[in-house]
Write a protein that binds this ligand. Sequence first.
Ligand SMILES: NC(=O)c1ccc[n+]([C@@H]2O[C@H](COP(=O)([O-])OP(=O)(O)OC[C@H]3O[C@@H](n4cnc5c(N)ncnc54)[C@H](OP(=O)(O)O)[C@@H]3O)[C@@H](O)[C@H]2O)c1
Length: 201
Amino acid sequence: MRVVVVGTGTIGTAVAEVLREARHEVVTVSRTGGDLRADVTDRASLAALFGRVGEFDAVASAAGDVFPAPLATSTDEQWEQSLGSKGRGQIDLVRSALPHIADGGSFTLVSGVLGDEVNAAMTIGATVNGMVEGFVRAAATELPRGIRINCVSPAVLTESRAFHPYFPGFVPVPARDVALAYLRAISNPYNGRILRLHRVS
Ligand SMILES: NC(=O)c1ccc[n+]([C@@H]2O[C@H](COP(=O)([O-])OP(=O)(O)OC[C@H]3O[C@@H](n4cnc5c(N)ncnc54)[C@H](OP(=O)(O)O)[C@@H]3O)[C@@H](O)[C@H]2O)c1
């Protein structure tokens, strides 16, 4: 399969590696790195990406920012950037790729443990993850041409040490385990699934 992996950070890099090991062809994308450049918050940039990427069978998204902030002091900017990037950005990624993806292709988006578990400063993250997961469940019933969509929901990553203080008592998950969940979603006939990698002690 030819897979477009959006996001070249901790998760995106691991996803690309696992896909290559499974002998898939990978095209990496981000705003500042990867094989091709695109910004998921910019519809014109997404249209340009899918206009030039050529044929592809799957899109794996590991992009988007969410700001941890206590609800009472959260700012409009933090809400707008989080909803617009990880939330609407991933939705627009699917909408932009849909006319171009192969029959029987698949989308895999990313949410996260917030929303299923409670911690401090979680409300923005929980809201955005709920938005992404709601989109995935609903879109799975509507996608044409045998196209599938799923979501991977990681706990905090082992590699993301700066976030560990926000997740006391949570068991971090290695990026490679998260990447294997993407491979599962892409390779098997899953649709509308939220693949949770959560371990709380
Ligand atoms: N790390 C964790 O513990 C964890 C846990 C659960 C869920 N998640 C979620 O998983 C996703 C990826 O996390 P990560 O830890 O791999 O993040 P990361 O290391 O910060 O990497 C994020 C990647 O996304 C790209 N990106 C960001 N905004 C973009 C945009 N608007 N358009 C295109 N590319 C964009 C960045 O590259 P450029 O800056 O070059 O665009 C970067 O390659 C995030 O949505 C995060 O909320 C992470």
